[in-house]
Design a protein around this ligand. Structure first.
Ligand SMILES: [Zn+2]
Length: 683
């Protein structure tokens, strides 16, 4: 099928004829009904032909059958159960492009390498590509050579990408780690909330949501947002009868020794999970010193080294990898005999994914957690550090009101984060909330700057196009400020003199680059929103947003409490874990966990942390007050005092070097609620 020429004036985009522009964003696109359903035999044949697999794993065939018969699907399979194959095989049988949204570059690259090894044409558009590689991918997608394209959710904010993907026929949207869309999930990513809207704008008929972990609430939430009917949700059993779970309470000082003796009782290879990169190194050193063949693995190591370690581990040349959660994403080693948690996992969801890497061959494997309460409040502090204070929310609202021009507001996240003292992630959450409240609506994002240089002479470029297109290009070149070789486009001037819409200009520049006529560079991403004045003036706005964040904070803190409760259970751990993920089929007593063996764990602090005395605290708080008043002209709020003592960084502290003041982080071992009580009494 021929692609619309982007230089054509008012070129109608494909798909627009089917979906009226006025369709509400929440309306799901019409599901495919024309694709003939493939028989089970045909699917098996295809599986063996393309992937050389003999048979499907549980849930795969049902997922693929639903998709190729045109039904959007939510599939929940445990880690390592072959989720990716569901979209990979379906994509081959769908007429157009399959677009995969994945949260992690490493995951994308692993899946691409797999597809390449099977001779299936797939690519990603990501930050690691050179402009030339990017162009090559786009050209291959346009020509239909590439069937599967992988991107991150952030890619949709890129105006150039959106212009491009709008012109492509899409068959399916795949959302990997789809639980990120739910605020009830353990890994909520605000940008994911916009995926249903993108799906509708791009008129993508089919959706496949993939995740390894979803509680009942998260499952309902995901399905509802993408209008997936309950009969199209596929969940395989969660229970693994070959995993033996043990919780072993241990004092911080005895932990390393305990780890050595625990490993010495194991057979085969295993993974030790730690929270910090630094601990990965220290623990690996300690193990080596005790004659264990161990290696540290974390995101701080170079790519090459990480690959080397992964390979060595796969080959069995390393017995133990001491890793942060960065390890295991792409690892599919069947005979991992043990997984040990040296530190408490981040959440029950993380725990289940991490122990899921053990015993994939079905043979008996051990999962041991060395548990105490050390570090629990560090996890809690991350939560408290992310809750914006009411005055910060008000600052953002005022910024919208003051800087709005003709009902539009422009945002650069980093500078607003600094000015409002809200960290970037919660600021994004706040903006998504403002969207959901109807206060702002994203129009587009643009690069404040477009720079380009000619590869072919300007006259030759012009000579390639007839009539209006030539005049249009001429206008673009005339409204470019050239310095020697590179020129910066002046959009405003161009619009005033030629009246051309921005998106047509962007599409044209993109096209010239694709044709190898120019080199294009873009800078400074700016997001533009339209503003609803009535909604913005609602006096309840700040209080309700504040409540939302308080509520979110509570949910997170409760999630941490639930994690501790889980490890202290006196009833079967395995069965409670399965039920947490809505698997009702697990046995009530597994007989292979420490609770079933009658060893209930109690988690304690290795050393009961103590607050500094009141006099000392007073001095520190006064010091902060004086510093911020003189440097920032700001009197600290209750929240700021508490964060200061807890050692939680916020943009304001970073800007004014608050970390260097005496007292910063002196209470980092104390629970936040306790600090708050104390500070309230003191000020
Ligand atoms: Zn049990």
């Amino acid at each position: 099928m021929e692609t619309q020429h982007p230089l054509e004036p008012n070129s109608p985009r494909k798909g627009q004829a089917v979906t009226p522009a006025t369709a509400p964003a929440t309306t799901p696109a019409t599901e495919l009904t024309t694709t003939p359903t493939l028989t089970s035999e045909q699917l098996r044949h295809s599986l063996s032909q393309h992937f050389s697999f003999d048979g499907f794993r549980e849930g795969q065939e049902q997922t693929i059958t639903q998709l190729v018969s045109g039904h959007s699907t939510l599939s929940i399979f445990p880690t390592g159960a072959g989720k990716s194959l569901c979209y990979q095989l379906s994509a081959i049988h769908l007429p157009h492009l399959t677009l995969v949204v994945s949260p992690l570059l490493a995951l994308m690259k692993d899946q691409l390498a797999f597809l390449k090894s099977k001779g299936i044409s797939a690519a990603s558009i990501d930050s690691t590509l050179t402009p030339q590689e990017n162009q090559a991918v786009m050209a291959d997608v346009r020509s239909g050579r590439i069937k599967i394209l992988m991107v991150s959710v952030e890619r949709f904010k890129n105006e150039r990408f959106r212009e491009f993907i709008k012109s492509i026929d899409l068959s399916m949207l795949v959302v990997d780690e789809a639980h990120c869309i739910s605020e009830w999930g353990h890994n909520f990513r605000p940008d994911y909330l916009k995926l249903p809207q993108y799906r509708s704008e791009l008129n993508i008929p089919l959706v496949l949501l993939l995740t390894a972990t979803a509680t009942r609430k998260v499952k309902k939430d995901m399905a509802q947002r993408f209008a997936i009917s309950p009969e199209h949700i596929i969940q395989t059993g969660f229970y693994r009868d070959n995993l033996d779970l043990t919780v072993l309470p241990v004092n911080g000082a005895a932990k390393n020794q305990q780890l050595v003796s625990t490993i010495n009782q194991q057979q085969g290879v295993g993974i030790v999970y730690v929270t910090l990169q630094q601990s990965a190194e220290q623990v690996a050193d300690y193990l080596q010193g005790n004659g264990i063949n161990a290696t540290a693995y974390h995101a701080g190591l170079g790519n090459e080294l990480r690959h080397q370690i992964q390979n060595d581990f796969m080959q069995g040349a390393i017995q133990v990898v001491v890793a942060t959660i960065a390890f295991g994403m792409g690892i599919d080693k069947a005979d991992v005999r043990f997984v040990i948690h040296y530190d408490l996992p981040k959440s029950i969801e993380n725990y289940s994914q991490e122990i899921g890497r053990a015993g994939r061959d079905g043979l008996a494997s051990n999962c041991i957690t060395l548990a105490n309460l050390d570090g629990i409040n560090t996890v809690e502090n991350f939560v408290y550090g992310d809750t914006p204070e009411p005055e910060a929310i008000e600052y953002v609202i005022n910024n919208i009101r003051d800087e709005m021009v003709n009902g539009q507001w422009e945002l650069q996240v980093l500078s607003l984060s600094n000015a409002s003292n809200v960290k970037q992630l919660p600021l994004k959450t706040l903006l998504v909330q403002l969207e959901l409240y109807g206060v702002i609506k994203p129009l587009y994002a643009y690069f404040a700057e477009f720079r380009y240089k000619f590869i072919e002479a300007q006259e030759k470029v012009l000579a390639r196009f007839p009539g209006e297109r030539q005049q249009f290009l001429q206008a673009i070149f005339q409204h470019t400020d050239f310095k020697k070789v590179w020129g910066t486009l002046d959009f405003d001037n161009l619009y005033q003199h030629y009246g051309s819409e921005r998106h047509r200009v962007v599409a044209a520049m993109e096209y010239l680059q694709e044709q190898g006529l120019i080199v294009l560079e873009t800078k400074k991403i700016t997001e533009v929103f339209s503003v609803d004045n009535d909604a913005l003036s609602d006096p309840q706005l700040v209080p309700s947003l504040s409540d939302y964040f308080q509520d979110k904070e509570q949910k997170e803190v409760q999630r941490i409490a639930a994690l501790v409760r889980f490890f202290e259970l006196d009833r079967c751990l395995t069965s409670n874990l399965a039920r947490y993920f809505d698997d009702q089929k697990a046995p009530e007593r597994c007989g292979h966990c420490s609770a079933c063996r009658g060893q209930k764990a109690t988690l304690e602090y290795s050393q009961q942390p103590q607050l500094p005395d009141d006099m000392q605290l007073q001095t520190m708080l006064m010091g902060l007050k004086a510093h911020l008043e003189s440097k920032a002209g700001k009197t600290p709020s209750l929240g700021m005092y508490c964060r200061f003592l807890a050692g939680i960084s916020v943009p304001l502290f970073n800007r004014h070097k608050v970390k260097a003041l005496s007292g910063f982080g002196c209470c980092e071992q104390i629970r936040f609620a306790h600090i708050k009580e104390k500070v309230t009494a003191l000020i």
